[in-house]
Design a protein around this ligand. Structure first.
Ligand SMILES: [Zn+2]
Ligand SMILES: [Zn+2]
Length: 364
C-alpha cells in the first residue's frame, strides 16, 4: 500500500517526506495506521552511529501508536480496529526472552537499531529502491507502519494516543528505571541529571512511588520549573548552582539513587559520587567511552539502562493507570507537530525547547 513517510537518506540530511510502497503484513505482523509517534533522541542515532550511513535510507520513529488496519495470516491475538501502543521489538526465542526479559533480548540490536527484520522486509521508493522500515520493529514516522505482535500493546479505544504514544520508549525507560531497576520505595531519594522525556518520567514515577526527596538538575530553568510541577522537591540549575552542595544538604550521606540521562562522562561521575554506599546509579544515552576511577564505585552499583527493564505489555498498562490517576502528567511535556514539520520536531528535541515532540501524521 502507498504510505507517506519521513525518510532519512544520509547522516546530515533533513528528513524528506516521501510516498513509498509498504508491503502487506507478513507472519506475526500487523499493519498500523499511525495516529501519533513521539520523537526520542535515539531517533537521531542513525545519523551518528559509525555505520549509520549504511543503515540508510531508513524511516525512523519508535514511539508509535495507532489503529490496527490489517493483520498477517497467522495473527489471532490482535485484530483490525484494535488500538495499539508500539514499543521495542524482541525475538521471543532467546533465553532472555523466554525468561520474560525481552529488554535483554540477544537480538535487540539487530531487531531495533539496524532497521531490518529477519525477512529483510522494507518499503520501496519511486525509483524501486528499498527503504528500511523495521526501526525498533515499527518505523512509525509515517502514515502507516508494520509492527509485530510482540512489540504491540493493545489499549482501550478511548485513550488519547497523541498523549500516550511516548509510553512505548522514553516514558517507559525513565519510569521503568525508577520502578524496575531502582525498586524505589516510599521515603527514598532520587537525583536526576537532565529533565528531558526520560528524566521527567523518572521524576513522575519517583513521586508516584512516594519518594521523599527528588532532585532535578538541568541547564534550563524552564525545564526545572516543569520538573517541580512533575514532582521534583529540589532543583539545581547546572553551571550556576552547586549540585554536590545541594545534594549534601538534602541527603547528607548521599541519595539512594541517581540517574544520568545526559550521557556525559563528567556528569556520570558526579551522579556516582552523589549516591550513598549501597546505592544505584543508572545511565541512559551517550556513547562516549571513558574510564571510571575504581574508588568512585566503592560499595555502589552502576548500570546502563535498556528500556527501563520494562516488558511493554505489562508495564504500559500500569503506566496508563498512573496517567489516569494524574500521576503521569504527560500533557505538560508534549507538543504535537505534523509529519511535514518533522525536521522542526527533531530540532526542538535536540535543543531541548520541547521536552517531548510528538509527530501526528494527520495533523495539517
Ligand atoms: Zn530474544
Ligand atoms: Zn527511544
Amino acid at each position: 500500500m502507498k504510505i507517506s513517510a519521513a525518510v532519512l537518506r544520509g547522516p546530515d540530511d533533513l528528513y524528506n517526506i516521501e510516498q513509498l510502497e509498504l508491503p502487506e503484513p507478513g507472519a506475526g505482523q500487523i499493519l498500523v495506521r499511525i495516529v501519533a509517534s513521539g520523537f526520542c533522541h535515539t531517533d537521531s542515532v542513525p545519523r551518528n552511529a559509525p555505520a549509520g550511513a549504511g543503515f540508510m535510507p531508513m524511516i525512523t520513529g519508535h514511539e508509535g501508536a495507532g489503529v490496527v488496519e490489517r493483520v498477517g495470516a497467522d495473527v489471532s491475538s490482535i485484530g483490525a480496529g484494535d488500538h495499539v501502543i508500539l514499543s521495542y521489538d524482541s525475538c521471543g526465542e532467546c533465553p532472555r526472552c523466554r525468561d520474560d526479559q525481552p529488554f535483554f533480548c540477544d537480538q535487540f540490536m539487530a531487531l531495533n537499531i539496524v532497521g531490518l527484520d529477519q525477512h529483510n522486509c522494507s518499503a520501496t521508493d519511486d525509483a524501486g529502491d528499498s527503504v528500511r522500515t523495521r526501526w525498533f520493529g515499527q518505523s512509525s514516522f509515517a502514515t502507516y507502519a508494520l509492527a509485530n505482535v510482540r512489540n504491540a500493546t493493545v489499549v482501550d479505544k478511548d485513550l488519547p494516543l497523541e498523549t500516550l504514544c511516548p509510553l512505548g520508549c522514553g516514558i517507559q525507560t525513565g519510569a521503568g528505571t525508577v520502578a524496575n531497576i531502582f525498586g524505589l520505595v516510599p521515603g527514598q531519594s532520587l537525583l536526576v541529571f537532565g529533565t528531558g522525556g526520560v528524566g521527567m518520567a523518572a521524576i513522575m514515577m519517583a513521586r508516584a512511588l512516594g519518594a521523599e526527596t527528588i532532585i532535578a538538575v538541568d541547564i534550563k530553568q524552564g525545564r526545572l520549573d516543569t520538573a517541580r510541577e512533575c514532582g521534583a522537591t529540589h532543583t539545581v540549575l547546572a553551571g550556576t548552582e552547586d549540585v554536590e552542595a545541594i545534594v549534601a544538604a538534602a541527603a547528607p550521606s548521599g541519595v539512594d539513587f541517581s540517574f544520568d540521562t545526559t550521557g556525559r562522562p563528567a556528569i556520570l561521575l558526579q551522579a556516582l559520587n552523589c549516591i550513598r554506599q549501597g546505592g544505584i546509579c543508572a545511565q541512559v544515552g551517550g556513547a562516549e567511552d571513558f574510564v571510571i576511577p575504581t574508588a568512585a564505585l566503592n560499595g555502589k552499583m552502576l548500570t546502563r539502562v535498556i528500556e527501563g527493564n520494562a516488558v511493554p505489555q505489562k508495564f504500559i498498562p500500569q503506566l496508563i493507570g498512573l496517567w489516569k490517576d494524574g500521576l503521569l502528567p504527560l500533557e505538560r511535556i508534549i507538543k504535537t507537530f505534523p509529519l511535514a514539520d518533522i525536521n522542526a520536531a527533531e530540532q526542538a528535541s535536540a535543543d531541548g525547547s520541547v521536552i517531548k515532540p510528538v509527530i501526528v501524521p494527520t495533523q495539517a
